[in-house]
Design a protein around this ligand. Structure first.
Ligand SMILES: CC(C)(COP(=O)(O)OP(=O)(O)OC[C@H]1O[C@@H](n2cnc3c(N)ncnc32)[C@H](O)[C@@H]1OP(=O)(O)O)[C@@H](O)C(=O)NCCC(=O)NCCS
Length: 242
């Protein structure tokens, strides 16, 4: 049976390549994560949300899984999909979405590490992504930096991280840095700098409060063993795709 903490949420998870038959479950996680967690980005504007969700369809997700240019990973607790992440061979991270049910339990951080491990294995020198406003501070905390000034305009920023040289198989000198295609990133709505920045700030403060509350509850209830298992999952070795 799946291990859960006192809130009934999964305490342990693993990260592995997605299976084709998981496309619908992954799609459901993507849609919930965007709709419920990324309000600072879409501001519940139905047009922006529709545009963002348009390609989050099971058959399209199945195509991403099958595409040899992609490595699409899932974080799973038992059979339950908690999060999905996708990186291209170029080092462009296309997806990193956690289910609202599994937020603030280290799942996204573990997913990011796993995606970076894939990039290293593919010989990438750096990884890039287009961040949501929702996740911007999360990526800053993970060592990513802004690569454009989109945030100042209230738009989704391009971010990147140079991978540690120690464990990077550097490609030949002069290799072009990876760029993120906008295909799966949040659409960039018209800039509304002041309002969006205020909303982003409010969201970050709210996230910080919620995280502290949840962490407090989890540390009271989750066993050390469960926390250790989650920590171990963060460094999980990702099996070869092919
Ligand atoms: C923000 C979000 C990505 C974080 O994912 P998560 O699984 O809840 O976060 P984790 O539990 O893995 O957090 C790992 C670390 O990041 C920190 N962190 C999480 N969210 C953060 C935020 N908004 N600001 C700063 N730090 C944050 C955590 O404090 C934790 O660090 P700690 O262990 O030192 O405290 C997620 O909650 C979210 O809202 N996702 C919505 C989808 C999305 O925007 N995806 C990005 C697409 S580019």
């Amino acid at each position: 049976m799946e291990q859960t903490d006192t809130s009934g949420n999964p305490a342990t998870f693993i990260i592995r390549p997605a299976r084709l038959e998981e496309a619908a479950a992954i799609c459901a996680v993507l849609r919930r994560s965007i709709t419920e967690l990324c309000v600072a980005d879409h501001q519940n504007n139905p047009d922006w949300l529709d545009e963002w969700l348009a390609n989050k369809q099971p058959e399209i997700v199945a195509g991403w899984i099958a595409d040899p240019e992609n490595c699409l990973l899932v974080a799973v607790a038992g059979e339950r999909v908690l999060a999905a992440g996708c990186i291209k061979r170029s080092g462009a991270i296309m997806l990193n979405y956690v289910s609202p049910d599994a937020r603030f339990r280290g799942v996204s951080r573990a997913m990011l590490r796993a995606l970076e491990a894939v990039a290293r294995r593919n010989g990438c020198r750096e990884v890039t992504l287009t961040s949501t406003l929702t996740a911007h501070d999360f990526y800053l905390a993970a060592g990513y930096t802004d690569r454009d000034d989109a945030l100042a305009r209230g738009d989704s920023p391009l971010m990147g991280k140079v991978l540690e040289p120690d464990d990077t198989n550097r490609p030949a000198a002069g290799a072009a840095p990876a760029r993120t295609s906008a295909a799966n990133a949040a659409p960039k709505p018209p800039a509304q700098s002041d309002r969006r920045q205020r909303l982003g700030q409010a969201l970050r403060e709210n996230l910080k409060r919620r995280k502290q509350q949840i962490r407090g509850r989890a540390s009271q209830g989750a066993s050390q063993e469960a926390r250790d298992a989650a920590a171990e999952a963060a460094g999980v070795a990702v099996p070869e795709r092919d």
